[in-house]
Design a protein around this ligand. Structure first.
Ligand code: ASP
Length: 347
């Protein structure tokens, strides 16, 4: 691509952003608009204490928020003991781990995502390469895997022995009429996991006042192969508007897909809501839209949960769930802590 085409394609010549010196060849560095020095903030889902710590260390050193949040969630993707993300994530109904992730870079309003990606334990890194090294936003399945291979990613069997046993127990407990028997002496922590969700989402405001975010997950456990949730869908599992704020989500992806919830939360912030208010309003909207009988308890309330984690341009933050109490992580530059999220209904 000629240099001029690059700028036209990426909008730099067309927008009002000043042309900055090209630091390296990546689209991010070339276009990062230095806004103002501010106090960095990192927000994450409750499983993200180590991710927030890492992301904060990096933004304090001057990293772009996107680099910081991706390095943060990579720690959780690599952890075999988190069964909701990356290596060690729970598999689909065939026993195969399929991962979803997306990331969004505020200053360039660019995004990258992968869905139903097999064999690669850091889907967030691949999502980031989709953002940086292609003209696309979302790659899925075999295409995503081939793209990762082209970029030199190593393939691994992502199914740990523990995750395999959890899956096998699920399969063996499905029906009394099939030919699979579950052992009576299975460990409790294996037996107790029936069908779970789980994800990590992490957004940061960096020292330049720029916002970026990432969401990464193994999705709904024992899902139908090929099922894609909200986590790799921009607007559903994550959204960033560098002028106003960012929101990431965990929980039942199907409802986030139907409500484009993270986009909505950021829109509420754009209209003046504080992050917590925006997250609560989205929970309310999703609950109001849950009309299928399969989504409702006898009392008419949703039988699922979703959670939102938002920061705004001023570094204010908040989180909310349909059902609480639930916690979320905030690193404000001095303290990295678990805080209580707001909620609509008590569990
Ligand atoms: N949102 C994820 C999905 O539906 C799962 C979760 O966050 O619990 O795939």
């Amino acid at each position: 691509m000629k240099r001029r085409d690059f700028f036209i394609k990426t909008g730099v010549l067309l927008g009002s952003a000043p042309l900055l010196p090209v630091i390296n060849s990546s689209r991010i560095a070339a276009q990062t608009v230095i806004q103002k020095s501010g106090k960095p903030v990192v927000i994450s889902s409750a499983n993200g204490l180590r991710a927030a710590e890492k992301a904060m260390d990096l933004v304090k050193e001057g990293s772009d928020a996107l680099d910081a949040v991706i390095a943060g969630v990579n720690i959780i993707e690599d952890d075999p003991n988190d069964h909701s993300v990356g290596y060690g994530g729970l598999p689909n109904e065939d026993g195969v781990v399929e991962l979803d992730s997306c990331c969004m870079h505020g200053p360039t309003h660019n995004a990258g995502a992968v869905a139903a990606l097999r064999n690669i334990k850091n889907p967030s890194k691949v999502a980031r390469l989709v953002l940086e090294r292609t003209d696309h936003v979302l790659l899925v399945g075999e295409g995503a895997l081939r793209f990762a291979r082209a970029h030199g990613f190593k393939e691994d069997n992502l199914l740990t022995d523990k995750a395999r046993k959890i899956w096998l127990n699920w399969k063996e407990s499905l029906s009394k009429d099939d030919d699979w028997f579950s052992p009576e002496d299975a460990d409790k922590d294996i037996k107790n996991i029936i069908k779970t969700t789980g994800t990590i989402t992490c957004c940061a405001l960096d020292r330049n006042g720029n916002i970026s975010g990432v969401t990464t997950t193994s999705g709904l456990s024992f899902k139908i192969p090929g099922r894609v949730g909200d986590s790799p869908i921009i607007g559903a599992g994550l959204y960033v508007d560098n002028e106003y704020g960012a929101c990431g989500s965990t929980g039942r992806g199907e409802e986030n897909l139907k409500n484009l919830s993270c986009f909505l939360a950021v829109e509420f912030m754009r209209m003046g809501d504080l992050p917590e208010e925006a997250c609560l309003k989205v929970c309310r909207r999703i609950a109001d839209h849950a009309k299928l009988r399969s989504l409702l308890k006898e009392d008419g309330k949703p039988n699922f949960n979703v959670s939102f984690y938002a920061i705004n341009k001023k570094g204010q933050y908040g989180a909310a769930s349909i059902y609480g109490p639930r916690k979320f992580v905030v690193h404000d530059g001095s303290k990295n802590q678990l805080l209580q999220a707001a909620y609509l209904y008590k569990k």
